[in-house]
Design a protein around this ligand. Structure first.
Ligand code: PLZ
Length: 451
C-alpha cells in the first residue's frame, strides 16, 4: 500500500468537515446550476469541488472528503497526480490539438504502443484512440462487423456500455440510461450473464456459458454473430464477477464460431482489479479490448486495441474523430501508466482488496443485509437485500451511501436494482485514510440497518 502518492500532496490527506453539507458556497452554486444546467444531468454529491489530490476531494467550502469512488473508476493514480499534472502542463504549453487525422504526433503513437504492449496476448496488435468509453465500444463493434462481415452483437444481462444510441442498445438497464430514448440500434441480442449470487446455487461458469451459447446458437445463429461483448466484471450492473470458467468458455466459443470476443475493460482496466486488465484473472485473451476511465489520470481518453488483422480490416478513414487521442490526454496517459508501473499499482489494488474484503465480510456477518460481497482488487461491492431474503433493498443502499457522503466519505451505488454499494478507491489511497473510510461505512450501516 503506498501512502505516498508520487510526490508531496497539494491537499492534506484527511477527512475534515468544517461546514454543514452543502456549505454556503455549494448552495450558491446549486442555485446557479438550477438556472443554467439541465436537470437531466444529476450529481451524486450535494457539494461542489474546488481541488483534489491523492485520495481526497475538497469542496468549495473547505470540506475534505475521502474518495472511495475515483470519479467512477477514473483517478486510479490519485487525483492530480504530480507527474500527470507536470506532463499535462508541458504538453498543453506545446500544443493542445492538431487532430491526429490531420497532424499526427508522437504521444498518440506512444500510447498505442503501451496499449499494444500491456493488453493481454502476445499477438500483433493495433490501437485506435478516442475520447470516451462509449465511443470506444461503438468503434470496437464497427471493427468486428467489418472484420467478420456479420452484424449481430451479443451482450449480457446487467451490462453497461454507454449512453450513445448503439451503446444504449447494448446496455441492459432501462432507467435512467435508455428510458424514452428509442428506437435503438438493431442486431443487438441479450443473453443471461453468469451472476453467481443470483444463479441457481452451484451453477458453474461452464454451465452458465452453455446457457448463453445455447440461446446464441438457437435464436441468433452462430454464423451471424460479429461479436460477443462483455465486461469481465460488470460495472454499472453491480460489480458482477462471473463464475470461474464463464469467460474462457465464451472465448472458446468465439474462436470456434469466428465471432470477435470484445472485452469492455473501460471500468476494470489499468490495475483497478489487481491486474493490468481483468481479463487476465481467467487467462482470457480478448480479440478486441476497449479502455478508458483509468487510462489517463482523469483526462478524457479511450481506446480500442486488438488483433492487427481485425483492426486493419477496416478501410483507411473508417475510424477516427476530431479529438480522438487528444495530445494532452495522451501525455496524461503516458504519465499515468508510468506511475502504475513504478508504484506497482497492481500490488496496491491487491493490498486494498486485502484491507477491504475482511471489513465487508464482517458487515455481512454483523448486519444480515449484505447478500453478497464480491469483486477483485480495488473494485469491490456489497449487494444489499432485505434480511433473510435476496430481495434487493435499494432504499437502504441509497440511505447508507448518502450517510457516508454526510460524514465526508464518497461512495457510489450500482446494480440493475440499484442495491449495490460499490467501492473504487484511488489505488494510491493511504492505508489510514482507507481504514477511516471503512469505519465511517460501518457507522452508516449501524445507523441505518433495522431502522
Ligand atoms: C464498462 C463500461 N463501458 C463503457 C462505459 C461508457 O464510458 P463513458 O466514458 O461514460 O462513455 C462505462 C462508463 N461507466 C460509467 C457511466 C456513468 C454514467 O454515465 O452514468 C463503463 O463502465
Amino acid at each position: 500500500m503506498t501512502d505516498l502518492l508520487t510526490g508531496p500532496h497539494t491537499v492534506a490527506q484527511e477527512r475534515r468537515l468544517v461546514t454543514e453539507l452543502p456549505g454556503p458556497r455549494s448552495r450558491e452554486l446549486a442555485a446557479r446550476r438550477a438556472a443554467a444546467v439541465t436537470s437531466a444531468v444529476g450529481s451524486v454529491l450535494p457539494v461542489y469541488i474546488e481541488r483534489a489530490a491523492g485520495g481526497v476531494v475538497v469542496d468549495v467550502d473547505g470540506n475534505s472528503f475521502i474518495d472511495l469512488g475515483s470519479g467512477i473508476a477514473v483517478t486510479n493514480v490519485g487525483h492530480a497526480a504530480p507527474e500527470v499534472v507536470a506532463a499535462v502542463q508541458a504538453q498543453v504549453a506545446a500544443f493542445t490539438h492538431t487532430c491526429f487525422m490531420v497532424g499526427p504526433y508522437e504521444g498518440y503513437v506512444a500510447v498505442a504502443e503501451e496499449l499494444d504492449r500491456l493488453t493481454p496476448g502476445d499477438h500483433e496488435k493495433r490501437t485506435a484512440l478516442f475520447n470516451t468509453g462509449a465511443e470506444a465500444v461503438e468503434n470496437a463493434v464497427k471493427v468486428a462487423r467489418v472484420a467478420t462481415g456479420r452484424s449481430a452483437v451479443v451482450v449480457f444481462d446487467h451490462a453497461y456500455h454507454g449512453r450513445t444510441n448503439l451503446t444504449m442498445a447494448l446496455t441492459a438497464k432501462n432507467m435512467p440510461y435508455k428510458h424514452g430514448f428509442g428506437p435503438f440500434a438493431g442486431e443487438v441480442y441479450r443473453v443471461p450473464m453468469s451472476y453467481p449470487y443470483r444463479d441457481e446455487p452451484g451453477t458453474t461458469g461452464e454451465q452458465a456459458a452453455a446457457r448463453a451459447i445455447d440461446l446464441i446458437e438457437t435464436q441468433i445463429g452462430a454464423a451471424n454473430v460479429a461479436a460477443v461483448l462483455i465486461e469481465p466484471i460488470q460495472g454499472e450492473g453491480g460489480f458482477v464477477v462471473p463464475a470461474p470458467g464463464f469467460l474462457p468458455a465464451l472465448t472458446d466459443w468465439c474462436r470456434r464460431s469466428g465471432a470477435v470476443f470484445i472485452a469492455d475493460e473501460v471500468q476494470t482496466g489499468f490495475c483497478r482489479t489487481g491486474a493490468w486488465f481483468a481479463s487476465e484473472h481467467e487467462g482470457v485473451v480478448p480479440d478486441l479490448i476497449t479502455t478508458a476511465k483509468g487510462i489517463a489520470g482523469g483526462m478524457p481518453l479511450a481506446g480500442v486495441t486488438g488483433r492487427a488483422e481485425l483492426m486493419d480490416a477496416v478501410h483507411t478513414g473508417g475510424l477516427g474523430g476530431t479529438y480522438g487521442g487528444n495530445p494532452v490526454s495522451c501525455a496524461a496517459a503516458l504519465a499515468s501508466i508510468r506511475i502504475m508501473r513504478e508504484l506497482d499499482l497492481n500490488a496496491a489494488a491487491r493490498a486494498i482488496e486485502a484491507t477491504m474484503l475482511p471489513r465487508l465480510r464482517a458487515l455481512q456477518e454483523r448486519t444480515g443485509v449484505v447478500g453478497d460481497v464480491r469483486g477483485r482488487g480495488a473494485m469491490l461491492a456489497v449487494e444489499l437485500v432485505e434480511p433473510g431474503t435476496n430481495e434487493p433493498d435499494s432504499a437502504l443502499t441509497n440511505a447508507i451511501s448518502k450517510a457516508c457522503h454526510a460524514e465526508g466519505v464518497i461512495t457510489l451505488t450500482a446494480g440493475t436494482h440499484s442495491n449495490v454499494l460499490r467501492f473504487l478507491p484511488p489505488l494510491v489511497i493511504g492505508q489510514d485514510l482507507l481504514t477511516e473510510g471503512l469505519d465511517v461505512l460501518d457507522a452508516a450501516f449501524d445507523a441505518h440497518v433495522g431502522k
